[in-house]
Structures are given as structure tokens and as C-alpha cells.
Design a protein around this ligand. Structure first.
Ligand SMILES: Cc1ncc(COP(=O)(O)O)c(C=O)c1O
Length: 412
């Protein structure tokens, strides 16, 4: 059988749209969402971290499932509003919110502003008082926990820039209660991404519980614990799926007897496995040392391998090709960087030829949302398979269009 996404064979897709492009399967996103709810209980509140995939159609899909969103910039907040996410289901995090972004969040009456430093909290207080508008605050703690994931996606140790050190949480709590316009909604935390073991979460639950109880005995009351995201997905057959049952058990054991509303902010878990990057082979370059398969997708379209040494499965879409014996090849893009390499020394069919299509799978998270126009390349299209229907959910954005922003204007 040749490669398909949902009910669509890859050939039907490449006939309609020029490669490279992303295609997502809505059924996979829905099934991941429902799996989370089933494992963690329907009371858990899901706020999809839209940095993983911020396409408006994906946000609408999450909204239809009953979820809200977590945003980290004014641009992401704008997207959430355009996707008609109710403002009482929008969480705003990030260590460097500008005054403009804080005003936008307060004026939009979002459900939660996750504050990441004492300095930011003072700024939020000043703006809320000036606007005379209330804003619900979660203090994002830095629990100093090693999430045992790639160093570039670890966020919860004292060497990371995220969250408020535990030693400053009481001072921050005091500041909140001093202002009529700051509401103490709760504590939030996020220790990293692609976390494969439940153990760091268990440690984190214990830390957040201890802090919440300690604050309670000191007279600070709040109702929410936002536990962040980070659940891994298996990017290869030797990786196991994240053990949601063990996570749910740890959650119940550590926090089950407390009366807080619980929120999670998954990104990758909901969308990674739903996405595929379809790309065409331009050349098969044989040198004395290596065989390079040069494809039309580059690191600007999918940064994860260059940025985090991430490895994604690569599949030759046509069945006939696959039956011909295999050869070790490097799958590389056209961008002028040696890091523009999707996989080194991967076994693929010997008779791959220019024009053949490859599927780079598990690319629904941190794929399109991390892409750039480096080397003056286009931003590639995104498609959505929704049962028996196929939608173009983002047009290709060509260099020609981008050049229209480069007409000089004299500012003096
Ligand atoms: C504050 C916050 N919440 C949630 C997430 C989502 O993480 P993941 O995609 O690993 O679930 C991130 C990702 O970096 C984040 O920074």
C-alpha cells in the first residue's frame, strides 16, 4: 500500500498542491485530545500550547473539542481571538511580555496571565491599576527540576530563564494581594518538552503541592494549579508512547486530595503525530563517500533536526520503490547550511529517483510554526484532511509577496 493520510492517498495530494507542504489529519488530533481526557478525567482543563501549531483551523478544531489555548505573544493572542477561542479559555505565558502585550491581555479579559518574574509582576500591577481592570494571575514557579529531555527544551531548572524562583514566590504572592486589580488565580509550572518519563512530573507535583500548602497556611488563597505541558510522543518505533496512565496515577496520588482546579498545557502531544511533511526528491547525488537525497523541503520549513538534532521517520511514499533493496543515504534540503539535513545514514530504497515523494512524519508540532523564509524561500502551504474532505488551510506565502514589505520609506 502506498502512503496515505487519513482517507487521502499521497498522490491525490501532490496532484493538487505543489510540494513541499504540510498535511494534518484532524482525526488524529481529536483522538489524541480524547485520549488525554479519558486518561486524566473530564474535569481536567486543556489549554493547547499553540506555539506547537498555531494554524487557525487547528485552533478551531481544539475549540470544538472544548479546549482553550496557551499563548506566548500578542500575535498568538490575536490568532486565538480570530479562531474565536472564548477569552475565558486563554492563558498567556512568556518571560518577556511587552507593555503592549500586557495591555492587550488585560483589555481582552483573558482567564489567566502566567507571570514569570517579580519584575514582570510589578509591571502588570502598574498597567492593571492604570487601566482599572482586573487580571487573574498565576505565578509560574521555577521548581528547579531536571526534566531529562534535550537541553534546549528543558525549562524548569534554576539555570533556565523561565518561572519565578521558589525563594521569591512569597514576595510575589504578597504583591498580588496588595493590588485590587490583581486576582490570585493560582500557580503554574512547565518543566520542559518531549518529557518521556513520569518521574520528573511526580517531583514537580510534590514541589507545587508543598508551595501551595505553605502559601495556604500563610493566608494566601487561590483555586488553580496549571501543570504545563511536555508529554512526549514516540518519534521512532523504539520509543514508547508517554505513559498517561502512570501520569494520571501520580497526579491523583500527589494532588488528588487537594481542592484545586487542574489545568494542563499540552502542545506536541495533541498535534505532532497528526502531521506529515510531503516533499519531492530533486536529485539523488552519488559521491565516492555518500549518497545524498536532495529534497525540495529545507531546514527553514522544518527546523527541528537542525535545532534539536531531532529525528523524524522518513518514508518513501510509493510501495513499488520499497521492494527494491535498501541503501544508506543522507536526506538533505537545498538550504546553504550543513545543518540542513533531515536524516543521516538512513536506510531507504535503492531506486529512489528525482520526482519521487517522501513523507517526513510526526511533523505536526513545531514544524510549520517554527518555519522561516531563510534563503528567501517561501512559507509552504498547510493542508487539513477532515474525514473525506481536504482543505487548504494556509496558502503558500511566496518571496514575491514578502518583497512588498521591503520598499524603503524615508523616516527622517
Ligand atoms: C509554558 C508552556 N506551556 C506548554 C508548552 C507546551 O509544551 P509541549 O509541546 O511539550 O507539550 C510549552 C512549550 O514550550 C510552554 O513553554
Amino acid at each position: 500500500m502506498s502512503f496515505s493520510i487519513g482517507s487521502f492517498n499521497y498522490r491525490a495530494l501532490v496532484e493538487k498542491i505543489q510540494t513541499p507542504f504540510y498535511v494534518y489529519d484532524s482525526e488524529k488530533i481529536i483522538s489524541q485530545y480524547q485520549t488525554l481526557l479519558k486518561a486524566l478525567g473530564r474535569k481536567i482543563q486543556i489549554r493547547f500550547a499553540i506555539k506547537a501549531n498555531s494554524n487557525l483551523s487547528i485552533l478551531r478544531l481544539i475549540h470544538e473539542q472544548g479546549g482553550g489555548v496557551e499563548v506566548v505573544s500578542g500575535g498568538e493572542l490575536l490568532r486565538a481571538l480570530k479562531a474565536k477561542i472564548p477569552t475565558n479559555r486563554i492563558v498567556f505565558s512568556g518571560i518577556g511580555k511587552t507593555e503592549e502585550e500586557i495591555r492587550f491581555a488585560i483589555n481582552t479579559s483573558i482567564e489567566q496571565l502566567s507571570v514569570e518574574s517579580l519584575e514582570e509582576l510589578k509591571k502588570v500591577k502598574e498597567i492593571a491599576e492604570e487601566l482599572q481592570k482586573e487580571i487573574p494571575i498565576c505565578l509560574r514557579i521555577n521548581p528547579n527540576i531536571e526534566a531529562k529531555t534535550h537541553v534546549k527544551i528543558t525549562t524548569g531548572t534554576s539555570e533556565n530563564k523561565f518561572g519565578i524562583p521558589l525563594s521569591q514566590i512569597e514576595e510575589a504572592s504578597k504583591l498580588i494581594t496588595k493590588s485590587a486589580y490583581l486576582t490570585y488565580l493560582g500557580l503554574s509550572v512547565h518543566i520542559g518538552s518531549q518529557i518521556q518519563s513520569v518521574e520528573p512530573y511526580q517531583q514537580m507535583f510534590r514541589v507545587i503541592k508543598e508551595i501551595a500548602q505553605n502559601l495556604k497556611t500563610k493566608g494566601y488563597s487561590f483555586k488553580r494549579l496549571d501543570l504545563g505541558g511536555g508529554f512526549s510522543v514516540p518519534y521512532s518505533t523504539d520509543e514508547l508512547p508517554f505513559d498517561l496512565t502512570a501520569y494520571a496515577k501520580a497526579l491523583k496520588e500527589e494532588l488528588g486530595d487537594l481542592d484545586y482546579e487542574l489545568v494542563i498545557e499540552p502542545g506536541r502531544y495533541l498535534v505532532a503525530e497528526a502531521g506529515v511533511l510531503l516533499t519531492k526528491i530533486l536529485y539523488v547525488k552519488r559521491t565516492p563517500n555518500r549518497t545524498f537525497v536532495i529534497i525540495d523541503a529545507g531546514m527553514n520549513d522544518m527546523m527541528r533536526p537542525a535545532l534539536y538534532d531531532a529525528k523524524h521517520p522518513i518514508i518513501a511514499c510509493e510501495t513499488g520503490i520499497n521492494s527494491t533493496g535498501k541503501e544508506l543515504m543522507d536526506i538533505v534540503g537545498p538550504v546553504c547550511e550543513s545543518s540542513d539535513c533531515f536524516s543521516k545514514q538512513v536506510l531507504l530504497p535503492k531506486n529512489l529517483q528525482p520526482g519521487d515523494i517522501l513523507a517526513i512524519t510526526h511533523t505536526g508540532a513545531y514544524g510549520a510554526s517554527l518555519s522561516s523564509t531563510y534563503n528567501s524561500r517561501a512559507l509552504i502551504p498547510e493542508l487539513l484532511v477532515d474525514k473525506d474532505k481536504l482543505f487548504l488551510i494556509r496558502e503558500r506565502i511566496d518571496p514575491e509577496h514578502l518583497l512588498t514589505f521591503e520598499i524603503p520609506r524615508c523616516l527622517t
